[in-house]
Design a protein around this ligand. Structure first.
Ligand code: FE2
Ligand code: FE2
Length: 225
């Protein structure tokens, strides 16, 4: 064989299927792959649980059809974020927890409970306690949505930091997700500011073409029908 410098290396022998060049190369560039995987699983858990909780939040925006629509975009885009990042976890040699309860518990962001729930599970209780009988104020729901987006921005910014210049594939995914999270914060900040304080703080947003279009993060339609 002629001497081609990338034909082989000492870390991954030719024919070895127990290691991945795609992992070893980022490790050699300074990524702690085990730590990155933990961060990605926590982040995927947050996207997945947020998708679930946004369903409840959207359902309870009764009478605010414009808010519902914007909540729906953010909800479907969180699902797209979960779909985008999960294959990367496996490529890096990781896996999602076998138990969905373990997955939800390790989500990197707090549960986005409906307003009026205790937020903590009492000793021996199966679920959180409902403190308020009914009637959710839109401003309270928008406040939950806003803080969930802010947690997502912190999460994906950190993943961008640890992958920048070292792991272009994870960085590219994280940065595309981050761009949508920044948009989501701006949307809910605009709505909450007007709803609660009557102050205009425009997001620059009009509307997505279709619900949950996810212009930055969406894979092919096959993955996110
Ligand atoms: Fe997200
Ligand atoms: Fe989001």
């Amino acid at each position: 064989m002629t001497n081609k410098k990338h034909a082989s290396d000492s870390v991954v022998p030719r024919g070895d299927v127990s290691k991945r060049v795609g992992v070893e190369q980022i490790r050699q560039r300074g990524v702690n792959v085990a730590e990155l995987l933990e961060m990605l699983i926590d982040a995927a858990g947050a996207e997945f649980t947020t998708y679930y909780y946004y369903t409840l939040l959207r359902m309870n925006l009764a009478g605010k059809e414009d808010y519902k629509e914007i909540c729906e975009d953010a909800r479907l885009e969180d699902r797209a974020h979960f779909e985008l990042i999960t294959p990367r976890i496996y490529e890096l040699g990781g896996q999602l927890p076998a138990d969905i309860r373990a997955f939800a518990d390790r989500a990197g962001c707090p549960d986005a409970f409906l307003p009026g729930y205790s937020g903590v599970r009492a000793e021996g209780a199966r679920t959180v306690e409902k403190l308020q009988e009914q009637g959710y104020k839109a401003a309270d729901i928008l406040g939950v949505l806003l803080e969930a987006e802010r947690c997502a921005i912190r999460t994906w910014s950190e993943i961008c930091d640890v992958t920048f210049g070292k792991d272009p594939r994870t960085y590219d995914m994280a940065s595309r997700i981050l761009q949508e999270e920044i948009e989501h914060e701006a949307w809910f900040l605009e709505l909450l500011s007007m709803e609660r304080e009557g102050i205009s703080r425009p997001s620059g947003h009009f509307r997505r073409g279709d619900p949950g279009e996810a212009p930055y993060s969406k894979n092919r339609g096959f993955y996110n029908p």
